[in-house]
Design a protein around this ligand. Structure first.
Ligand code: ATP
Ligand code: MG
Length: 349
């Protein structure tokens, strides 16, 4: 273990009771998530034979799975961790939109702020997955449904009005921007007045000025600053440049298997704190790990944890979901158990 990791391990073991205390408060927070909502679909079947119509496989359909994706994954993660969640977003007039609403309502999420756009489909990514008898499954093709148009202005305004009506009743706003059209100017403007705004956006971070925290991954951070993050120096420079570009209080760059780095500015001095990844073995699928980070750290902040401890909670939650296939969720119980095992077996190597 490097000296840095040893220090971090010591901090973590001293902080276990405190972190568990924050986890116990996850179910007390009210969060509004404004997000680009996606439905991830998996249609799975067994290969039956080759078609006579074309040189393609014929699958016998076995089952269909539907799970929240994109910003909907952030929403779902927050709810599974116990938060009281309201969602503001847009679906199409279709079965996929209905499915997404049902999935949300089944776990107690308030969907009053989901508006239906008759002109644009629910963003849906459908994977066709095939397997031969007694063999592993494999994705064959993916079909995406989405529109390149923005929602009409009156729909943008309805969404913005809903956000404004909620802003005084919640502990935090999470903006989960996957670039699918929810974050127009009126919607951004309505989301910013809260004192705790956490933004996860794939591009143009400067549209969200003076928020609490951004959580870009490395490619997003690189795109925003216009250069590569290759070493400690360029990482530090990127954190610094992102702080001045956005005037945010903090920047958390999530760095995949390298963990995450938290940047802040105090008295014109930039400081950075690094958190190593908590689990680097048995990593199956990192899709959606960023949404999990946002969910846990937001609930941490709302429960009174500082930014560093909240980021640790985000890192802990992410270390669990990367062991599952597809976008996944975790619970506070699982997070507590994982923290215990992490400390017992010292998995920070
Ligand atoms: N290969 C990995 N091994 C261990 N931990 C990982 C790995 N990949 C991701 N993580 C954990 O998940 C966190 C977020 O990952 P990452 O930086 O890839 O987010 P992301 O690209 O925004 O994800 P997405 O956009 O798919 O939700 C990391 O900070 C780390 O804690
Ligand atoms: Mg992300």
């Amino acid at each position: 273990m490097t000296p840095n990791n040893q220090n971090f391990y010591n901090y973590l073991s001293q902080s276990q009771a405190k972190l568990n205390g924050f986890l116990d408060k996850f179910n007390q927070s009210n969060i509004l998530v404004v997000g680009d909502l996606t439905l991830d679909e998996f249609l799975t079947g067994e290969v039956e034979r080759l078609s006579r119509e074309a040189p393609v496989l014929i699958l016998r359909h076995e089952y269909t799975e539907q799970i929240p994706g994109g910003g909907a994954n952030a929403v779902y993660n927050l709810a599974k961790m116990g938060g009281k969640i309201k969602v503001a977003g847009i679906i199409g007039n279709d079965a996929q939109g209905e499915a997404l609403k049902h999935i949300f309502e089944a776990v107690g999420i308030d969907t009053t702020g989901i508006f239906m756009d008759p002109k644009r489909p629910t963003v849906t990514k459908t994977r066709i997955v095939g397997h031969a008898r007694q063999s592993v499954s494999q994705q064959i093709v993916r079909v995406d449904r989405k529109s390149d148009q923005l929602p009409d202005l009156d729909l943008q305004m309805q969404l913005a009005d809903y956000i404004t009506s909620q802003i005084n009743q919640i502990d935090a706003v999470v903006c989960s921007d996957y670039g699918d059209g929810v974050f127009t100017e009126p919607v951004i403007k309505a989301s910013l007045p809260h004192s705790r705004v956490i933004v996860d956006t794939q591009k143009a971070l400067h549209r969200f000025q003076s928020v609490t925290l951004f959580t870009p991954n490395v490619p997003e951070a690189e795109k925003a600053v216009g250069y590569g993050i290759k070493d400690e120096n360029s990482l530090f420079q990127a954190g610094k440049d992102l702080l001045s570009l956005t005037n945010a209080q903090k920047i958390l760059i999530t760095r995949g298997e390298d963990g995450m780095s938290l940047f802040e500015k105090e008295d014109n001095e930039i400081t950075v704190a690094h958190i190593p990844a908590f689990n680097r073995t048995d990593v199956f699928d990192v899709t959606g790990a960023g949404d999990t980070v946002v969910a846990a750290l937001t609930l941490g902040l709302c429960g009174g944890a500082n930014f560093f401890d909240s980021a640790i909670l985000g890192n802990l939650a992410a270390s669990i979901v990367v062991r599952h296939f597809g976008t996944a969720t975790t619970t506070t119980e699982e997070m507590k158990e994982t923290l215990q095992v992490l400390l017992e077996d010292n998995l920070l190597k």
